[in-house]
Design a protein around this ligand. Structure first.
Ligand code: ADP
Length: 400
């Protein structure tokens, strides 16, 4: 069975074609600058990386180009060989706590959730529409970033704002990166050999979040109503005193839009260091003695440690700490700093092993460590494909 996994942004479309028999990625690629000048498609096929530069006016044309290319490369003889499509959708509000078969009702519900994620849901819906146009008879499944966190209890997801704001606008914490946290925590449970477990998953990329996974379920996560909350990120501030917003309005004369821009695009590691949002640049600058790069890194590590501490207490202990995404998978210095001084709770990092691990699945704690520490490369596309397969199979079973 072949599953096509799609992740659309406002001007981009990422895809993977996965043969589920063996879970092999047959082709993957990225269409960029859709609808603007300089659009292109970069893709990997048969071990080669290729690039096509041409005008791509909209997402439907992007999908058509992907399929033309797959046919030219003889990866597919016909589109009808695609059995199902899995779509990554950012926000499903309180509507869906798991992946679902996409119907008109589902698209309408996701459209309503555009209120929560105005930058993400509209392009995700465009991607669904584009695929429906090109493959009208192929079943499609929506997999949501927020869904995994729908198991958070109310005392964890509510803000201490007037309750009417929740009733009127569903103002609450939703959390994101759910597909990634779900994937890596599943792998961690397999490694631990038990589902009854206390796991903290640290998804540390340009966007970053921590998740407390108790017995396979998310009970807390660091991002909030939007992805701006929680950890310090590449360009996002994470948690700040909310009363700073009216203060900034007054002292700097900034509009809500300008403050939003500052907090999402000009803050975080970039804002503090004044150098870069990329940890590689920051660590180079730190080793050359740059004071603000050092400060940004120390702030990041300290905030991360506080979340790990809080979630360990919230779960009443910890079986495994997991690192994933760009920084989590590659940056041994951040992993070292996060694990430093945790011997009191039975966490012993294998310092030498940690240094050598980059982008691969590994246990980086010492054998005697009560708390296991894992590096688990995330694979959101595979998780989307697995959900899609499961839902499509269950529908076929009902029909049979
Ligand atoms: P996102 O998907 O949120 O854009 P990624 O998970 O791809 O982010 O992570 C990107 C970040 O990972 C980069 O900005 C950089 O900070 C960090 N990163 C990637 N490779 C390395 C590395 N070898 N060492 C340290 N940090 C790295």
């Amino acid at each position: 069975m072949k599953i096509f996994v799609v992740n659309t942004g406002s001007s981009s479309l990422k895809y993977q074609l996965i043969e589920m028999n063996g879970e092999e990625v047959i082709s993957k690629g990225l269409v960029e600058r859709i609808g603007t000048e300089g659009s292109s498609m970069t893709y990997h096929v048969k071990g080669e990386k290729r690039k096509i530069e041409k005008t791509i006016p909209n997402h439907t044309d992007a999908i058509k180009l992907v399929f033309e290319t797959l046919k030219e490369d003889r990866v597919l003889t016909d589109i009808s060989e695609i059995d199902a499509v899995g779509h990554r959708v950012v926000h499903a509000g309180e509507k869906y706590s798991g992946s679902v078969l996409i119907t008109e009702d589902v698209v309408n519900a996701l459209d309503e959730c555009s209120f929560f994620a105005p930058l993400h849901n509209p392009p995700n819906i465009k991607g669904i529409r584009a695929c429906q146009e090109v493959m009208p008879d192929v079943p499609m499944v929506g997999v949501f970033d927020t869904a995994f966190h729908q198991t958070m209890p109310d005392y964890s997801y509510m803000y201490a704002l007037p309750y009417e704001l929740y009733e009127k606008y569903r103002v609450r914490r939703y959390g994101f990166h759910g597909t990634s946290h779900r994937y890596v925590s599943q792998v961690a449970m397999e490694l631990l050999g038990k589902k009854e477990s206390k796991i903290i998953s640290c998804h540390l990329g340009n966007g970053a979040s921590v998740c407390a996974v108790l017995n396979g379920k998310s009970i807390d996560t660091s991002m909030g109503h939007t992805p701006t909350g929680g950890l310090i990120m590449g360009t996002r501030c994470g948690d700040v005193d909310p009363a700073l917003i009216p203060i900034l309005e007054n002292v700097e004369g900034l509009s809500a839009k300008q403050i939003d821009d500052i907090m999402n695009k000009k803050s975080g590691m970039l804002g503090v260091s004044g150098i870069s949002n990329d940890f590689r640049d920051l660590e180079n600058a730190f080793h050359e003695g740059n004071r603000r790069a050092k400060l940004a890194l120390e702030m990041f590590d300290y905030r991360l440690k506080k979340f790990i501490g809080a979630y360990t207490i919230a779960m009443g202990g910890l079986d495994a700490l997991v690192f994933t995404a760009g920084i989590g998978e590659n940056d041994y210095e951040t992993r070292y700093e996060a694990c430093k001084g945790m011997e009191f709770m039975g966490l012993y990092l294998d310092v030498e092993k940690n240094k050598s691990v980059r982008g691969e699945l590994a246990e980086i704690s010492l054998p005697e460590s009560k708390v296991k520490v894992y590096v688990i490369p995330t694979n959101e596309e595979l998780m989307i494909a697995r959900d899609t397969l499961e839902i499509v199979k269950s529908i076929q079973a009902v029909k049979a």
